[in-house]
Design a protein around this ligand. Structure first.
Ligand code: SF4
Ligand code: ZN
Length: 508
């Protein structure tokens, strides 16, 4: 018990220390008196050791009974070799960043089957990594994971760093959360973790309504997670807290009645009191009295800002406060599916490799070109034709391009619209190798290549259009006489002859 109090106090002191230092410095620079730092009230803290013990017990009992069966959990529990175990947890944690569990499972199983050890991953090529990662999104994760594996093998003698601090310090791409997860789950280090699920649960448990993405609040949440983590089962405790956020204390409609820690939840208590006050007021039986447990600290660093009062229609989902989301950047890209008949008449597509850095680094795509946002369709077509001409060194006119349609893909920070064209050819075409690496692939090879989900959508749109033109498929609703590809399209099924496509360029 005294250990718990000491841990909670240590956490508090650390935050006080750093916040006090910066305030003191700023005040000294202004030459004014040092303002007393605002401290949160007990409403926002875990200061009762007995309550912490009870919360741990309840949460772990629930986890033992209700946890989902997941492949990385099985591996972490059964793998005796500590480096293999840490590697297995590491891969899962990287894949689970920004991606749903249901999507990750299949990728994880294939990855661990192909590269069961750090050494195996270190020997893989980036192309292989990108191929396996294709469709999982945030591609730099796979690349960084492999770079870090190479570092462990070449510089750390194949031995994973053994503490959260060293994991974060020594491995590229391993941040505070991932380091804490690996260390607690694989090594049993009593260190907390804070991810989106944990933030939600802690903010609700302790009515934290200040911006949960602000560094000061994040610091407090880490202190809280470190104070709460169970000393004898830290890995299970951390996973239980995340599991609770993923399955019970979910963002929109939390299942409070089923919650194993509901008796410790101050957001829930607040909802109950609000309801009770409201009914008393309605009945006129008793005037509302101030809630002694409400924070009431002026300038509290963990309360919601005064301009965002409690919204009774939201209940516990008043917490955490949603950070204002930055609007994604709007972009448009013209992309051209060059298609030829391969052996046995099956279609083949030309794909090019993206640069080795930046968005979707090293992935393959159809020849593409960023567009100005206000460009008219006719102009888009011309710009794309010009570029295809420059890439191939052969003549391509705007009229050769068949308009297919548009698909939208949302990247984390970009709202991307792909304007799709197709260009049938009947011979071998490659793009200038000085500009980009290119190759022809069958449909099967395309799907096995390191291509993004956005490009799969592009190909699907082309195939759909082809199906409609051939009178197949669900969407075959084109009216008699309607033009299949819009302005400038060629008649259905007509391919440019190789001669026509590769005729002498009109300009260089
Ligand atoms: Fe979340 Fe409800 Fe449990 Fe509180 S009682 S932690 S709001 S699920
Ligand atoms: Zn407060």
């Amino acid at each position: 018990m005294s250990q718990l109090r000491a841990a909670a106090a240590r956490g508090l002191r650390r935050s006080r220390g750093s916040a006090g230092k910066s305030r003191k410095g700023a005040a000294a620079r202004r030459g004014g008196p040092v303002p007393a730092p605002a401290e949160p009230s007990a409403q926002h803290l875990f200061s009762d050791a007995a309550e912490i013990e009870a919360l741990r017990r309840n949460l772990l009992a629930w986890y033992d009974k209700c946890k989902r069966d997941l492949p990385w959990r099985t591996l972490a529990a059964s793998e005796l070799d500590v480096d293999r175990r840490a590697y297995a947890v590491w891969v899962s944690e990287i894949m689970l960043q920004q991606t749903q569990v249901a999507t990750v499972i299949d990728y994880y199983n294939r990855w661990m089957q192909k590269w069961p050890t750090l050494q195996a991953l270190a020997e893989a090529s980036l192309e292989e990594v990108n191929e396996l990662w294709a469709g999982l999104g945030y591609y730099s994760r796979g690349k960084r994971l492999q770079e870090a594996a190479k570092k462990v093998v070449s510089q750390l003698a194949g031995r994973m760093p053994r503490t959260a601090e060293d994991l974060q310090k020594l491995l590229p791409g391993v941040g505070r959360y991932t380091a804490g997860a690996i260390a607690s789950i694989s090594y049993g280090q009593a260190t907390g973790v804070v991810d989106g699920n944990v933030i939600r649960v802690l903010c609700r448990l302790r009515c934290i309504g200040a911006d949960s993405s602000s560094p000061a609040v994040v610091d407090r949440l880490w202190d809280m997670a470190n104070a709460l983590v169970d000393r004898s089962r830290p890995g299970d405790f951390n996973q239980a807290l995340m599991e609770l956020g993923a399955t019970v204390c979910v963002p929109k409609a939390p299942l409070c009645e089923e919650c194993p820690v509901k008796q410790h939840c101050r957001a829930r208590r607040r909802v109950e009191k609000e309801l009770s006050f409201a009914s008393q007021k309605l009945l006129g039986t008793c005037p509302p009295v101030p809630d002694v447990e409400d924070c009431g600290v002026g300038g509290c660093p963990l309360c919601p800002p005064a301009i965002e009062p409690w919204d009774s229609s939201l209940g516990v989902t008043n917490f955490p406060r949603k950070a204002v989301k930055k609007q994604p950047r709007v972009e448009r890209t013209a992309t051209c599916v060059l298609e030829r008949r391969g052996r046995c008449g099956a279609p083949e597509y030309l794909i090019v490799q993206r640069p080795s850095s930046g968005l979707l680094a090293g992935l393959w795509e159809f020849p593409s070109l960023p567009l100005a946002l206000d460009l008219q369709e006719e102009k888009q077509r011309e710009v794309l034709a010009d570029h295809l001409q420059a890439w191939t060194g052969r003549s391509v006119t705007a009229g050769d391009l068949r308009y297919v349609g548009e698909v939208i893909h949302i990247f984390s920070h970009i709202h991307q619209t792909y304007v799709i064209y197709s260009l049938p050819v009947d011979g071998d075409v490659t793009l200038d190798s000085a500009l980009s690496t290119s190759r022809w692939v069958t449909e099967e090879q395309f799907h096995a290549s390191a291509v993004s989900t956005a490009m799969k959508k592009v190909l699907k749109a082309c195939e759909k259009q082809r199906g409609e033109q051939n009178g197949f498929g669900k969407g075959s609703k084109r009216k008699r006489g309607a033009k299949p590809g819009g302005a400038g399209s060629r008649p259905t099924g007509t391919q440019l002859s190789l001669h026509a496509f590769l005729q002498t360029p009109t300009r260089q």
